[in-house]
Design a protein around this ligand. Sequence first.
Ligand code: HEM
Length: 539
Amino acid sequence: MLCTTSILISQAPLSEDECLYSAHLDDMNMTTTVLLYGALGTALYTLYGVVWRLYISPVAHFPGSKLAAATFWYEFYYDVMKGGQYVYEIERMHRIYGPIIRINPYEIHINDNDLEFMSKLYPSVGHEVDKFWWSAGMFGTTVQTFGTIPHHLHKMRRAAFAKFFSPSYIRKLEPVLVDLVNTLIQKIEEGLDAGKTVNLVHAYSALTQDVVMEYCFSFSRNCLQEEKFAPQWYEWMQINCTFTPVIKQFPWLLPMLDKLPDWWVKSTDEAVWLIRKQQAEYAAQVRAVMRGGDQDKTSHVTIFHEILNEPSLPASEKTEFRMKNEARSLVGAGTLTSAHMLSLTTYWVLKDPEILEKLSKELVMAMPDALSPPSQQMFETLPYLNAVMDEGFRLSYGSMHRLSRSHPKDMLQYREWTIPTGTPVGYSTYMLHRNPVIFPEPEEFKPERWLNLEPAERQRLHLHLNNFGRGTRQCVGMRLAYAEIYLALGCLFRRLGNKMELYDTDYERDVAFVQDYFVPAPSRQSRGVRIKVREQSGT
Ligand code: HEM
């Protein structure tokens, strides 16, 4: 029999033995050739990519590190290998290259206090504004409102529930908030009276989580009633956030991990297993609402009942998959951010006896009966409480991450720089809040910087606070966050201000936010803001 390969390659037919040997040789040659061409192709493609990014791309002429412009691995090194540290590297690059720099192959970052440009980048109306596709899915998907990339789809999704966070709806929710704040204070007091230390990060995240779960589903995990405030929920949510830089770099990772069987994940990777358990919880809640759950039992509207009944949302937007991700996003966003702000602010008030005294005096005047809390509206009129809160907002950042936007239809002009249509551009709240021109001695917690200002001056200073972002994608839960924070800080300091004392809490180690996982995180050694009963406490 003649060997077909030999016939194809040479004119002279070979015997069977010769053919076996030479066909094997041909296969090896073929493999080597394919590998060589593959490697060469990849090298050329990479080279072309680098040349394009550095010299041809529409943002090639923007200042910045060539390495950062050439490859996402630069950001990977700081955010994944070093753990949420790219924000500091961006700050360092600004010191070298100026207020506008390129921070990766596509993205521009700005660091200055130009409010006018900020309002162009984050407009509230009149312009289409997209999220940057590369980072929009950093929580694993872009189906939730937070991660939605295109302007119009985002608008439709957000409109389905935004009104439930309006001032009038939040006022209606106030009795629920007051009840939960009372439980928080009672539980903290019980802990202190029993001689225990109380971890306020866990206590506050129990409060904010119980609030948001109640509002979303009329269901509560009752974290406030649990031993030590059910710290696992806080920890699991933080773990979720630590995945964000990895998911940005490898967006296929989570969907791939989702395909692995439960038994495998459970025995090999605790973090992924915890994320999966949370998702299952949200799916269960969404299914309960879809079945026509407990709405009748509550005194308030619940967000998921409303979204699922919203006629302007097509059925394709109400799938269990999208709803469970919307739930995960709402609960995560509503829990960690407010809890962080509350614990950092409480730390500073307890740390500085002068601040504590001024705040306590104001609260005693406003609330003669410690057990009858006034309305949120009344707390809003207290100047010192507001100044303390503004400082708390400033140093807790909201998100440490840059909030990037791209304008698919407009070019933007920043000083002498014309930013091409569709280019993602962002500011980092971390840098805005620590700008020494606007906030001298930015490291210091100084409520005084917000006091004794003309109303217009104070309003202008306030515009430099960016905790909730701005424009069409500004935090939808801002009013709820304010309500929780006014009530929690006002009532807690009125009732337990003279009873609490910090316990073994070091600012750098335990409190300061030093890692950017979109939601900021304290150092890995952090033990949280812990308090104990104050020796010789008054009444
Ligand atoms: C102190 C508390 C809070 C802070 C500092 C905060 C911060 C932020 C920031 C900075 C954004 C904008 C993200 C971006 O531009 O990409 C955002 C968006 C969002 N926040 Fe908040 N948040 C807080 C509380 C809440 C609460 C209580 C809820 C709801 C229960 C919530 C739900 C959301 C949602 C759904 C979005 C996405 C909005 C959209 O894309 O249209 N947040 N938040």
